[in-house]
Design a protein around this ligand. Structure first.
Ligand SMILES: NC(=O)c1ccc[n+]([C@@H]2O[C@H](COP(=O)([O-])OP(=O)(O)OC[C@H]3O[C@@H](n4cnc5c(N)ncnc54)[C@H](O)[C@@H]3O)[C@@H](O)[C@H]2O)c1
Length: 352
């Protein structure tokens, strides 16, 4: 398979972890006989330094002309004082909008090797946890009308049937490839937009008879995630609920350096990035955990290119390195072997 990949290493630890992820991608290319052409672009602080904008036109058009985008992380204290339209985060929002990325996938995976890092009791989480949160990314209250006038203010939460249908399709399709269970989260006992959400979900369930659809109110879902997270497999929800629930789910796994994410468009285009930020405190010190970035490569292979065996091979290689007791500082515990960014990347590439 031939694919074009736009790579944005970004700021802070972005370049450290991206280097390791690209080494792993090269091994996949060789082992499975693919051809990936990689082009690097600037965004965020790195772009501000050179072009005085967080998202140069060349970056957006280069990403649009590619089959997928790999992003490290954007931002850092160096650019904190800039006006909001020049903040590095604007680069991220511009990429999401410009590439039509309406579906955010946030897997919360707790590896059995790292169960000590989980803040919940062992009997609650068991050995392994693997939840996929499918979040609508371009609608709802974050994109509604807002007004503040003296002592009153409002924000509106809007959804159209079409917006709900396209995210539901993603939710059902992902559930089909996993346990065939989909939990839709809303607040249909109060909100009109949630009542439409639930009606559309029920209507669409008829197209996916192999998937069991259930519904939860968002307050109950937040409670169930810490009470009994193992009941969940795929959760589909609107923008703000998904923002909050995906953070809650990821924290259950206890290891920020381990979790990837994907933002998908209607076609195969997707942008893949770790959930963590640019960690300026450890940038360039060979301390960053590259696993979230390497798992983002696995997500790209699976969701944009349909290469399931290749994605699994990366995930299994990471499992083997963890089984051997190798840990970066953020996931280190007594008795384990502490290694840096480069050695972790090299060991995963070798295991692959
Ligand atoms: N998508 C993105 O690009 C994104 C997301 C969040 C934050 N940010 C930006 O990143 C900067 C720093 O933000 P923050 O400090 O709130 O969050 P952060 O995720 O960068 O760091 C939080 C803590 O986790 C540690 N950490 C993060 N990733 C790690 C990894 N791979 N390995 C080991 N340790 C890791 C950091 O050292 C730090 O102690 C800010 O400028 C913020 O705006 C960018």
């Amino acid at each position: 398979m031939k694919k074009r990949i736009a790579v944005i290493p970004g700021d802070g630890i972005g370049p450290d972890i991206m280097g390791e992820a690209l080494n792993v991608l090269k091994v996949v290319e060789k082992k499975f006989g693919h051809e990936f052409s990689v082009t690097e672009y600037l965004a965020g602080g790195a772009a501000l330094d050179v072009y005085s904008t967080p998202l140069p036109e060349e970056t957006l058009s280069g990403c649009k002309a590619s089959d997928a985008v790999l992003l490290g992380s954007l931002g850092g204290p160096k650019w904190d004082g800039l006006p909001s339209h020049l903040r590095p985060e604007k680069g991220l929002l511009g990429l999401r909008g410009g590439l039509g990325l309406f579906c955010n996938l946030r897997p919360a995976i707790m590896y059995k090797q790292l169960s000590d890092a989980c803040p919940l009791k062992a009997e609650v989480v068991g050995d392994e946890l693997n939840i996929m949160v499918v979040r609508e990314l371009t609608g709802g209250i974050y994109f509604g009308k807002r007004e503040r006038d003296g002592e009153s203010a409002y924000d509106t939460m809007n959804y159209t049937k079409g917006e709900i249908e396209r995210i539901m399709h993603k939710g059902f399709e992902i559930a089909q490839k996993r346990s065939k269970r989909l939990c839709s989260v809303d607040k249909a006992n109060i909100l009109s937009s949630s009542q439409l959400w639930r009606d559309v979900a029920n209507e669409m369930a008829k197209q996916y008879p192999d998937v069991e659809l259930s519904h939860l109110y968002v307050d109950n879902a937040a409670m169930q995630l810490v009470r009994n997270p193992r009941q969940f497999d795929v959760i589909v929800t609107e923008n703000m609920f998904g923002d909050i629930l995906s953070d809650e789910a990821s924290q259950i796994t206890g290891s920020i350096g381990m979790l990837p994410s994907a933002s998908l468009s209607e076609g195969h285009m997707g942008m893949y990035e770790p959930i963590h930020g640019s960690a300026p405190d450890i940038a360039g010190k060979d301390l960053a955990n590259p696993i979230a970035m390497i798992l983002s490569v696995a997500m790209m292979l699976r969701h944009s290119f349909g290469l399931e065996a290749e994605a699994l091979a990366i995930e299994e290689a990471i499992g083997r390195v963890l089984d051997e007791g190798y840990r970066t500082a953020d996931i280190h515990s007594p008795g384990m072997k502490k290694i840096g960014t480069k050695e972790m990347g090299r060991r995963i590439a070798e295991a692959l």
